[in-house]
Design a protein around this ligand. Structure first.
Ligand SMILES: [Zn+2]
Ligand SMILES: [Zn+2]
Length: 219
């Protein structure tokens, strides 16, 4: 069983949003920074490609799989286990789980997007952390591979943020009604069942690594 204290009533969960709120908030600036930063770094990386070979393009699907596995592991081991020195990532994520449970997944509006999205600076911190890794890949396999890994990573994070947001849209929102979004949202909603969140459905973008690791739960 999970030890996370998730309030039982809708009203008590909604009250947490006010309890967690810190100062004024601009959803447009928050999401805008993530999307503009991610797409700009991806575009810059793609713009720097030179004499691209077909074989080098393999870096894109291969790294997408690595990113999907990393998303799974980060979510399971850092967001659902209090692992020093990253206790704050656990606390922030558990806050998200205490507000939204299966059957009650919707935000009231954009002013609550901060309860869904990663901190605005997370994508910039990831890009910085990837610079030495992409540098090593560039040394080992050529500059194009390093650039493609950076671009794929940024597009992965932007898609993660947009998809996670779409899973928590108000009921009846046109984006949430799209077939593929509905299917992915159902996968994520099961993860929001407090009895399942520590063991199942860690992928948000596409549940590939959940399938590989056997952590896909049904309703
Ligand atoms: Zn969620
Ligand atoms: Zn989670």
């Amino acid at each position: 069983m999970d030890e996370v204290d998730v309030p039982r009533s809708h009203a008590a969960r909604r009250a947490l949003i006010d309890a967690y709120r810190r100062g004024p908030y601009s959803p447009a600036r928050h999401l805008g920074f993530v999307v503009v930063f991610g797409l700009s770094v991806a575009a810059l990386s793609i713009g720097l490609l030179r004499d691209l070979q077909a074989i080098e393009l393999l870096a894109v699907p291969l790294h997408w799989i690595v990113a999907n596995a990393a998303e799974w592991r980060f979510h399971r081991d850092l967001l659902h286990r209090r692992t020093p020195p990253f206790q704050w990532t656990y606390d922030a994520h558990i806050g998200h789980h205490r507000i939204f449970v299966d059957g009650d997944m919707a935000v009231a509006g954009p002013h609550e997007w901060w309860t869904i999205l990663l901190p605005w600076w997370a994508i910039a911190a990831l890009a910085l952390a990837l610079v030495p890794i992409c540098g090593l890949l560039a040394l080992a396999f050529g500059a194009n591979v390093g650039l493609l890994v950076m671009a794929t990573s940024m597009l992965y994070v932007v898609s993660y943020e947009l998809l996670h947001l779409s899973f928590h849209l108000p009921i009846g929102h046109p984006i949430g009604r799209l077939g593929v979004i509905r299917w992915l949202a159902r996968h994520h909603e099961i993860h929001h069942d407090p009895r399942k969140m520590r063991r199942y459905n860690f992928n948000v973008v596409l549940p590939l690594w959940d399938w590989v690791r056997g952590t896909t739960a049904r309703p």
